[in-house]
Design a protein around this ligand. Structure first.
Ligand code: ATP
Ligand code: MG
Length: 298
């Protein structure tokens, strides 16, 4: 992992840096598990999955945080229906904004003057912000901190992989089509490279049940996520169907999984969190998957 961004930390001397490292370590130790939601592909539903996983975990009685590290395209405030300003407490500690279901949320989106303000930053500045979001936010004791990353294997997931240890697991999101699966294979290899264990692969936008006749339409094909899971020896966390209600819920800021009884889609989220809830009982979850190099492997 690159050491270069460390030099950008606003620490004036060694002891300040040591103190900053200690604060970060203590905060991270208060969080039992960090779940980094990743995909090599844009638009596959990472933010939707992150918001719904966090809400489903909170619904299961867990203490949950949700951190948006998509610095250039923060979607989490909108998806969670939040627009409050995080309160600044003593010692420059930021208090996360709480969702209706009690999820503690932090995003650069809360700090921008307007929703359409662009963030034009290079890597080191993003690294510094992500570090502040981990170190200077009063997350308190959490069972899970769900982290929504931008697409790809760039600065943001790299910063998270370095900063949130110990006990971090990646959740890989793909759509069923080959184009997305190929990009997610890159994410699998990224996780192996940075020694980031993967809890499983979730296939999103997996088939659409026609609202009129119930006939299933495989809009983006089907089974790609499960095939990738088999090829890599990773757990398959299940399939989330295409559901127009997800779009409405995203736009209205009501995470879908808030009420698992509502539909098969909400139930699919409830099923996807089962292995996550059982993570402490699964010693094998911390194994790293097989690298996937060849296209033909699928
Ligand atoms: N299962 C689904 N059914 C229907 N629409 C969905 C589903 N999952 C996500 N969407 C919609 O797809 C769009 C993209 O979702 P989202 O923003 O979560 O993707 P993303 O992977 O986070 O994108 P980005 O790469 O830009 O961060 C949104 O409009 C969202 O409402
Ligand atoms: Mg997103």
């Amino acid at each position: 992992m690159g050491k270069e961004p460390r030099t950008e930390l606003p620490v004036k001397d060694r002891s300040e840096r040591d103190l900053a490292d200690r604060i970060l370590r203590e905060r991270m130790e208060q969080i039992s598990h960090k779940l980094l939601v990743l995909s090599g592909k844009g638009g596959v539903g990472k933010s939707t999955v992150a918001a719904n996983l966090a809400t489903a975990l909170a619904g299961a009685g867990k203490r949950v945080g949700l951190l948006d590290v998509d610095v250039h395209g923060p979607s989490i405030p909108k998806l969670m229906g939040l627009d409050g300003l995080p309160a600044l407490g003593d010692d420059e500690v930021l208090h996360p904004v709480k969702s209706v279901k009690g999820v503690k949320v932090m995003s650069i989106g809360f700090l921008l003057p307007r929703e359409d303000t662009p963030v034009v930053w290079r890597g080191p500045r993003k690294y510094h912000l992500i570090r502040q979001f981990l170190q200077q936010v009063d997350w308190g004791e959490l069972d899970f901190l769900v982290i929504d990353a931008p697409p790809g294997t760039g600065d943001e997931p790299l910063a998270v992989a370095e900063l949130v240890r110990p006990r971090v697991l990646a959740v890989l999101v793909t759509t069923p089509q080959d184009l997305a699966v190929a990009d997610v294979r890159r994410s699998v290899n990224f996780c192996n490279e940075v020694n980031l264990p993967i809890i499983g692969i979730l296939e999103n936008m997996s088939g659409l049940a026609c609202p009129a006749c119930g006939h299933r339409i495989e809009l983006f094909k089907s089974g790609g996520g499960e095939k990738l899971a088999k090829a890599t020896g990773l757990r398959f966390l299940g399939s989330i169907p295409i559901d127009p209600k997800i779009v409405d819920c995203g736009d209205s800021g009501t995470p879908f999984a808030a009420d698992p009884a509502t539909s098969p889609t909400a139930k699919a989220f409830a099923r996807a969190i089962e292995p996550i809830l059982a993570v402490d009982a699964q010693p094998d979850v911390h194994t790293v998957s097989r690298p996937v190099r060849k296209r033909k492997a699928l």
